[in-house]
Design a protein around this ligand. Structure first.
Ligand code: NAP
Length: 301
């Protein structure tokens, strides 16, 4: 068997086209476009490139984009004051603070300073609580898990009653995707198991999975023999395992040995080109949702 490739690049393209149309319609109907502020502290090359991509995508959709590039030594108070300014700015519907932040700034304090209705990363405890409750109460879904669910949906993967095994329990991927897949909801309704470093028999759990979602950050952690024939494998891992001497670019590897796994799985996401491209698309979707909510609220007032 050779697995069907689930291409995040292709799915992202369709999502961005849909979003662009919605933005144009919003401008036509209401005279406003979604507003996103990207806040970057310092000059870490990885953060710089992630933020640049977010800005480029937002602009390509016709968003109002504001970029804040702050020095590494900005104080926590100054950063919190800036966030407060954007919390009160009606032209901004989404606030994105690129993580990680320098060590002298308390990340949780910063996340919790963002108005939950503008928290398009969905990291605020209020949004995590809403996600737990599910249904319409969950306004924003965190971007990477939302991207995974969207890939399953658009690839027509049956999730109802499926055995889903999630490798990893981080706050940004493992825990939220596990909760989302277990909800009584469309493209969810699964039986979910979370595994981690204290799990006794990782291989045994992975072998049971109809849908295996791997977010461990360990190159080629999942061995081909751990994959159930025909399973859907979603590889979230992005591991820099070297540098290409010709291009100078990082060589990326997933948490799954793609070449071997594709001979066993039914569907599989590649690295790169799988989950990664979806994350930014879902950030844009969340910003559009925030803008729509803003319009609804202003009409009610
Ligand atoms: P993280 O915070 O480091 O969490 C990793 C999780 O994997 C932890 O829960 C850890 O278990 C578990 N784990 C690590 N090694 C394991 C092992 N040998 N066996 C079983 N479980 C193991 O990582 P993260 O932020 O979730 O990211 C995971 C990967 O996804 C990284 O490669 C990251 O770069 C990538 N990522 C990609 C995107 C994207 O957009 N494509 C977005 C976010 C993350 P313990 O809790 O027991 O330590």
């Amino acid at each position: 068997m050779t697995a069907k490739i689930i291409s995040g690049i292709e799915i992202r393209k369709s999502i961005l086209q849909e979003l662009k149309k919605e933005v144009q319609q919003m401008q036509k109907d209401h005279g406003i476009v979604p507003g996103l502020v990207t806040i970057l502290v310092g000059e870490s090359p990885a953060s710089l490139s992630y933020v640049a991509l977010k800005i480029k995508t937002a602009l390509s959709l016709g968003f109002h984009e504001v970029q804040e590039s702050l020095p590494e030594d900005i104080t926590e108070e100054e950063l919190l004051a800036l966030i407060e300014r954007y919390n009160n700015d009606n032209s901004i519907h989404g606030i994105l603070v690129q993580l990680p932040l320098p060590k002298h700034i308390d990340e949780q304090k910063v996340i919790q300073a963002i108005d939950p209705d503008k928290d398009v990363d969905a990291f605020h405890p209020v949004n995590i609580g809403r996600l737990m409750i599910g249904g319409d109460i969950a306004r924003f879904h965190p971007c990477t898990p939302a991207g995974i669910q969207e890939m399953l949906k658009r690839s027509n993967v049956e999730t109802k009653g499926a055995e889903v095994v999630v490798v990893g329990r981080s706050n940004i991927v493992g825990k939220p995707i596990a909760i989302m897949m277990a909800q009584k909801d469309a493209w969810a309704d699964a039986t979910v198991t979370i595994v981690h470093t204290c799990t006794r028999d990782l291989a045994m759990h992975c072998r049971r999975a109809d849908i295996l979602i791997v977010a461990a950050g360990v190159p080629h952690l999942v061995k081909p023999e751990w994959i159930k024939p025909g399973a859907t494998v979603i590889d979230v891992g992005v591991n820099r395992v070297g540098v290409n001497p010709d291009t100078g670019k990082a060589i990326l590897q997933g948490d799954v040995d793609f070449e071997k796994a594709r001979k066993i799985a039914g569907r599989i996401t590649p690295v790169p080109g799988g989950v990664g491209p979806m994350t930014i698309a879902m950030l844009m979707k969340n910003t559009l949702i925030a803008a729509k909510d803003h319009i609804t609220k202003s009409q009610c007032n």
